[in-house]
Design a protein. Structure first.
Length: 307
């Protein structure tokens, strides 16, 4: 049997702004439709943020998530993954609330503090419909706080819910932080390790960076982790292709990249999922269904989402 590859689709995020792409979902209905379409295209997991429907600004209130969570649950069997990253300017208490309320199968968890920078996008994007967008992008003074105390707070808050984690690791130090929590017995295998490449402030997107993160994870975790990759911007599909051939799962979506090809913006999240699927199947591998992803990651089941 060929290996099953899990595709995660991160449909909107908190980095890109509405003026950058008409395809970026903003309203609850748009987010729900984007998630369902991505699942139908082959995404086993949909990773979700919420936005203010009028301005498109990131909104981490649990009430902002409820409308699209209900629709996705009704229309799809996809594994729902809620962010605890929110936006870098939010407190950890704000960021964890949606997952604490809705108790999803998976929640993302950033494994270390880091500089976080969007200002490079201003080289390409010049005109904005909302005042907050330019200020959001040009800020060079963002430290995305994820201290040991913060990480422990998220783990303890969600420990009784049965939620498992997508451990987002932007650098090798984040892998070592995860090893600390594994040694403390605060997380348990299989660890779903999402290594992130090409975001300014984190590790780069050179093939050597990918190989180094993989080697480090293998040395630290052995057979206790499930590997996935996320390439930011133009790095999304090249990183996906390289890592899939090396045994990785794939994350795509408009949270991470607005592009489908050099110089061509993606028309939807589903288009990016379809491109990821072509890579996987072109390698002679198979795309995992949501239920296969549940088995691989040892998840509690979609019926446990409280919405």
């Amino acid at each position: 049997m060929s290996r099953k590859v899990i595709i995660t689709c991160a449909v909107t995020g908190a980095i890109h702004t509405p003026s950058m792409s008409k395809a970026l979902p903003v309203t609850p209905q748009e987010i729900a439709d984007a998630a369902v379409d991505a699942a139908e295209a082959g995404a086993a997991i949909v990773h979700l943020h919420a936005r203010n429907p009028k301005t498109g600004r990131p909104d981490q209130s649990p009430e902002a998530f409820a409308p699209f969570l209900k629709i996705i649950k009704q229309r799809s069997n996809a594994v729902i993954n809620l962010t605890t990253g929110g936006a870098p300017t939010m407190t950890v208490d704000e960021r964890v609330r949606p997952a604490a309320v809705y108790k999803p199968e998976v929640a993302s968890l950033n494994m270390g503090s880091m500089n976080f920078a969007f200002f490079g996008m201003l080289n390409r994007f010049k005109k904005f419909d909302h005042e907050w967008e330019r200020k959001h992008l040009e800020n060079k003074d963002i430290v995305f706080r994820n201290t040991f105390q913060d990480i422990e707070y998220v783990l303890k808050t969600l420990s009784e819910t049965g939620t498992r984690f997508e451990f987002e690791c932007y650098d090798t130090a984040h892998l070592y932080n995860l090893k600390y929590f594994l040694d403390q017995g605060m997380v348990k295998p299989p660890l779903f390790v999402q290594t992130v490449f090409g975001l300014q402030g984190g590790t780069g997107a050179h093939p050597e960076d990918v190989m180094h993160m993989k080697r480090t994870a293998e040395r630290l975790f052995g057979d206790k982790f499930i590997w996935s990759v996320l390439g930011a911007g133009r790095n999304q599909l090249p990183i996906a292709a390289m890592a899939a051939a090396m045994g990785s799962n794939i994350r795509v979506g408009l949270e991470d990249s607005l592009w489908a090809a050099p110089g061509r913006m993606a028309t939807s999240n589903a288009e990016q999922v379809q491109l990821a699927r072509k890579i996987i199947e072109g390698l002679g591998l198979e795309v995992a269904t949501p239920d296969e992803a549940r088995e691989i990651l040892d998840l509690k089941g979609g019926d446990k989402l409280e919405v």
